[in-house]
Design a protein around this ligand. Structure first.
Ligand code: M6R
Length: 365
């Protein structure tokens, strides 16, 4: 049931504050400001030396954000692979390593094969899944559920942000267990997590602005997405979302890679979406934007009020996001990224919920 929405995707984008809130409630204890895993973990994070994260598509971008979180908050080295590569590259997992799998459907063939491989290597297997009865859930040692509810649109939206919420909680739990985070650090991070649903609702108020922007984007042949730090995986996700449903060619790049190739593409016909909350690397991203502007590129900047004030660049459309700490910003910045893809596809008149050539669940290799 689409409620009053034109597409499932629109409904699912708008449901995010609620379902991310449900997921949050399962992973944090608001009263004590502690992270609580819903199941007992069969390992101690103190003894884990390496984590591998494996998934496909959007779920792999959630994993990519989690790599930044686990490395920063828990000082745990993380390897990230798409499942189709992981299953054949014979990664040398050791007994006692932690292998994490992320899947909305829990039925993705490559992710399942990767899980079976990791199990055979003696790694602990932990999966973040949205369908608790799925094969991946059944075959994993630990299941951390996302509480997104059924996701109907082929383009993943609410499953992604719920995956991020679970992975953020897991990273805080890992940091705590490894002594990298104090009680006070944990309380502060939990505070920031608790704020996320409200911030996502605020982010949804950018929609009219984004609708207008979508009319411009729909005229483009190609779109570039840039981000640094945790905004880099989000740039990849933004590009994937746009190409999936609007069929406009899009690419995501780490902002710092611009000079190493993609800058050659920049001209006045190439919109560049820059995802840049005001954080430690913001200034670096501003210099990348200057390089784009100097070549006549049109910039769409997603940032907060502080970032908007500091980025004094011509030819700029700014989507002003709520103020928030930078750590968990990807969950909130996912919203305008999804809305931009959605409204562009609506302008183009494509089949948003059932884009051509795509299946909701890729159960064959
Ligand atoms: O069900 P899964 O999370 O395992 O699916 C993984 C990908 O197939 C999925 O995220 C795909 O990339 C979506 N169409 C993205 O919008």
């Amino acid at each position: 049931d689409k409620a009053n929405y034109r597409h499932f995707m629109a409904k699912e984008i708008h449901e995010q504050p609620e379902v991310v809130g449900h997921t949050l409630a399962r992973y944090v204890d608001m009263a004590t400001e502690r992270v609580t895993m819903p199941v007992k973990l069969p390992f101690d994070f103190k003894n884990i030396q390496r984590v591998s994260i494996t998934a496909c598509g959007t779920a792999s971008y959630a994993g990519f954000v989690a790599k930044y979180w686990l490395e920063r908050l828990a000082r745990l080295p993380v390897e990230l692979d798409v499942a189709s590569e992981f299953r054949y590259r014979e990664a040398p997992l050791r007994k006692g390593d932690l292998a994490v799998f992320i899947s909305q459907s829990g039925e993705t063939a490559d992710t399942l094969a990767a899980l079976r491989y990791a199990k055979a290597q003696g790694a602990y297997t932990l999966s973040v899944v949205n369908v608790p009865t799925s094969t991946i859930a059944r075959e994993s040692e630990v299941v951390l559920p996302t509480l997104a509810g059924p996701e109907i649109g082929v383009a993943s939206t609410k499953a992604f942000t719920c995956q991020l919420m679970v992975l953020a909680s897991l990273a805080v739990a890992a940091g705590k267990a490894r002594g990298e985070l104090s009680d006070a650090d944990e309380a502060k991070l939990v505070h920031s997590l608790v704020e996320i649903p409200r911030l996502m609702s605020e982010a949804l108020t950018t929609e009219p602005h984004i609708e207008k922007l979508a009319r411009e984007i729909s005229k483009s042949r190609d779109v570039l997405y840039l981000g640094r730090g945790t905004s880099y995986p989000l740039a990849l996700e933004g590009a994937l979302k746009l190409k999936e449903i609007s069929y406009i060619h899009a690419e995501g790049y780490a902002a710092g890679e611009l000079k190493h190739g993609p800058i050659a593409l920049i001209d006045e016909h190439m919109p560049v979406v820059v995802i840049a909350p005001y954080d430690k690397v913001f200034e670096k991203t501003v210099s990348n934007m200057q390089e784009v502007a100097a070549r006549g590129g049109k910039i769409i900047l997603m940032t907060d009020a502080r970032g908007a004030a500091e980025a004094t660049i011509q030819s700029l459309v700014t989507i002003v996001m709520p103020d928030m700490g930078a750590t968990f910003a990807p969950m909130v910045y996912a919203v305008p990224v999804q809305l931009l893809a959605y409204h562009t596809a609506v302008v183009m008149g494509t089949d948003v919920d059932q884009p051509r050539n795509l299946a909701k669940s890729v159960t064959v290799e």
